[in-house]
Design a protein around this ligand. Structure first.
Ligand code: HEC
Length: 148
């Protein structure tokens, strides 16, 4: 249990290094890797959290192709067509389990899609209610950007 938590945080920091790398003006050769602290966000704003944590890979509008996408092996999913791919229904449970790292999807355990549960727990200083709130509001935001 404890070891798993530590592992999760480690993974999150590695991912953040990818962020920093992708956001740096591209040097001519090689890329700098820098660890950056996770930015604190308002747990009540799904939009703010999406912009801070997800847009770098999934794109500002959620349709994929964010600035870090080219540094990844797997292409970040187009999050605006999740309902379309699921017979018109938005699968909030699925999104929650992906974020918690419990989903049985290709994303599970992949180094390219960070597992957010432990990172949110860290940001929220272990307050589980706030972690739930973050996941619920991210879910609401992703639902709001579904293609109609
Ligand atoms: C470092 C890049 C990166 C970041 C940051 C990132 N993702 Fe992802 N995400 C991916 C990749 C890559 C996949 C596809 C993984 C695969 O197919 O194995 C994915 C898949 C997903 C899926 C699964 C979609 C499906 O079809 O089941 C969801 C949901 C998701 N991301 C939501 C988010 C949310 C919400 C955030 C922000 C909290 C986020 N992602 C941040 C790279 C990222």
């Amino acid at each position: 249990m404890y070891a798993r938590k530590i592992y999760g945080l480690g993974a999150a920091l590695v991912i953040l290094a990818v962020f920093a790398m992708a956001q740096q003006p591209a040097p001519t050769e090689g890329k700098l890797i820098r660890h950056v602290p996770v930015k604190q966000t308002n747990p009540s704003s799904g939009q703010e959290m999406f912009a801070s944590y997800c847009a770098v890979c999934h794109g500002t509008n959620g349709s994929g192709g964010g600035p870090a996408a080219s540094a990844l092996k797997a292409a970040p999913t187009n999050l605006t067509i999740l309902s379309e791919k699921n017979a018109g229904k938005f699968a909030a449970m699925h999104v929650s389990s992906v974020l918690r790292g419990e989903a049985d999807t290709p994303a599970h355990g992949s180094k390219d899609m960070p597992i957010w549960g432990p990172l949110f727990r860290n940001l929220s200083q272990g307050h589980d209610a706030e972690v739930q709130q973050r996941i619920a509001n991210l879910n609401g935001y992703i639902e709001s950007i579904q293609k109609k």
